[in-house]
Design a protein around this ligand. Structure first.
Ligand code: HEM
Ligand code: HEM
Length: 425
């Protein structure tokens, strides 16, 4: 979907008169699929693996888990079909119509029940930080998703005017900050110490990171609305706390990186840990960039253009997506009791994605700077389009690389699951 959308931005007349393939429908399908179809299930799958192990108990209900997976996939099909058919509530990250919203809420609540009951039945009295993160992610997201999608207004899924924008972006950034981020942190806190075969550097630091994330991240959504007439005090809080994000980010990263200190060999040896560790480096970059983008003077140039799309791909693909893939590759051989079908293919996928994320970032950042500076100088939007055309071509080419990586990854996972024993390469 991303590749198709990117191609349509180069050649808008490519797909004429096929309503369900126009950019305006492809784009929301793309973002909802990456969000709810790829990264979320990937990170949750890892949580379903590590939670029982950390708590020394069985998962509460395997049947409920399988039922949730079926319901979740049904929700994804409904998302694609309804958005392709043009049924959209037109609010970013909240495009799905009410019945689909309800399926998401039900799915999140079912996962929460299963995991909470597992915690209740645990043999291990101490709750490791990964458990905190995954439970917080679910509680907070079931709530903010419901609020942000205004589920008590099924017809519009929206409030009116500025309050709607504030609520939407309260939810919009929470999807990344209080859902993908804690889920990814949970996986990282599990995989990295296990792969390094050493204890976590500091449990105190992990608690500082957890609580400061909850305190600081919950109200920075308004940094998406700095160019909008929302109350100034709200913007000030958003900007100050966006800069304050350096506390949870660095608490997490210092903890993980000090755990890895002297153990890079172990990280390199385990392809799952390699993906996860790279995700933490991306987290560093996306967060520094994010804090900068929250400053009004910077955002005067970067807002509304491809710079933000670059940031989005570093965050959702480079950070959360890489960690989701790392979790998958870490868990898969342990679950199946077989080695990965091909370490070579997994490494190839790793490099293709890395090239893809870095490539996206460079190309989209440059295109964004051209757009932002031209607009600041009073240039009109459409006259800049020919100038950034070449960057859109590069973006599509890089998108092809990412697409190939996904196909390779799928093949590798498929063969790991279905290889006759002993066939691993
Ligand atoms: C084949 C690879 C991909 C290509 C070519 C691609 C392309 C695109 C395009 C064209 C857009 C719309 C930008 C706009 O409206 O101007 C977009 C948005 C987005 N994509 Fe991708 N994408 C790809 C893969 C991914 C992956 C794997 C993820 C995450 C795991 C992702 C996350 C996002 C997000 C979060 C947005 C919303 C950006 C924003 O509104 O600022 N994309 N992508
Ligand atoms: C310290 C951490 C972060 C800060 C302060 C931050 C800040 C920002 C800001 C200010 C924007 C809006 C830019 C604009 O519209 O002009 C933005 C957009 C975005 N951020 Fe972040 N960010 C951070 C981390 C992350 C992470 C970790 C992710 C992904 C997991 C992420 C994903 C996104 C996405 C997808 C958008 C595009 C939203 C849209 O569609 O307009 N960010 N971020």
């Amino acid at each position: 979907m991303g590749l198709l959308g990117a191609t349509e931005l180069i050649a808008p007349d490519l797909i004429k008169n096929i309503g369900w393939l126009v950019f305006g429908r492809i784009r929301p399908i793309h973002i909802n699929l990456v969000l709810f179809g790829f990264v979320t299930p990937g990170l949750l799958a890892a949580a379903f693996y590590y939670l029982p192990r950390l708590l020394r108990t069985e998962i509460f209900s395997e049947k409920l888990g399988v039922f949730t997976v079926v319901a979740w996939n049904f929700m994804l099909i409904a998302t694609v079909v309804t958005l392709a058919a043009g049924h959209s509530q037109g609010r970013e990250y909240a495009e799905m119509i009410w019945p689909v919203d309800m399926l998401v809420v039900v799915g999140l609540v079912l996962v929460l029940i299963n995991l909470l009951m597992t915690v209740k039945n645990r043999q291990e009295p101490i709750l490791y930080v990964s458990v905190w993160y995954v439970l917080a992610a679910l509680v907070l997201t079931a709530t903010t998703f419901s609020l942000g999608n205004v589920i008590w207004r099924p017809d519009s899924g929206a409030l009116a005017g500025i309050p709607d924008a504030i609520l939407l972006w309260f939810y919009g950034h929470n999807v990344f900050g209080l859902f993908l981020t804690p889920l990814a942190a949970g996986v990282t806190y599990y995989v990295i110490p296990r792969a390094c075969r050493s204890p976590l550097y500091s449990h105190t630091l992990s608690l500082l990171g957890f609580w400061s994330l909850l305190v600081v991240y919950t109200h920075i959504g308004t940094h998406h609305l700095l160019q909008v007439p929302v109350p100034t005090w709200l913007k000030v809080i958003a900007v100050v706390d966006s800069v304050g994000m350096v506390i949870p980010v660095m608490a997490f990263l210092i903890n993980i990186w000090f755990t890895v200190q002297g153990k890079l060999g172990e990280i390199h040896a385990d392809i799952g840990a390699k993906f996860v560790f790279t995700g933490t480096i991306m987290y560093f970059f996306v967060s520094i960039q994010g804090s900068m983008m929250s400053l009004p003077d910077v955002q005067r140039v970067t807002h509304f253009n491809n710079w933000v799309v670059g940031h989005a791909h570093v965050g959702v693909l480079g950070f959360a997506g890489m960690i989701a893939l790392g979790g998958l590759y870490y868990v898969l051989p342990k679950l199946t009791g077989r080695p990965l079908y091909s370490r070579f293919l997994a490494d190839l996928q790793y490099w293709l994605i890395l090239i893809g994320v870095v490539g996206f970032t460079v190309v989209l950042t440059v295109a964004g700077l051209i757009q932002g500076n031209a607009w600041l100088n009073g240039e009109t939007i459409y006259r800049i389009l020919p100038e950034i055309h070449i960057y859109y071509v590069f973006r599509s080419a890089i998108g092809l690389i990412v697409f190939v990586a996904a196909v390779i990854g799928f093949y590798n996972v498929f063969r790991t699951l279905w290889q006759p024993t002993g066939e691993a390469q």
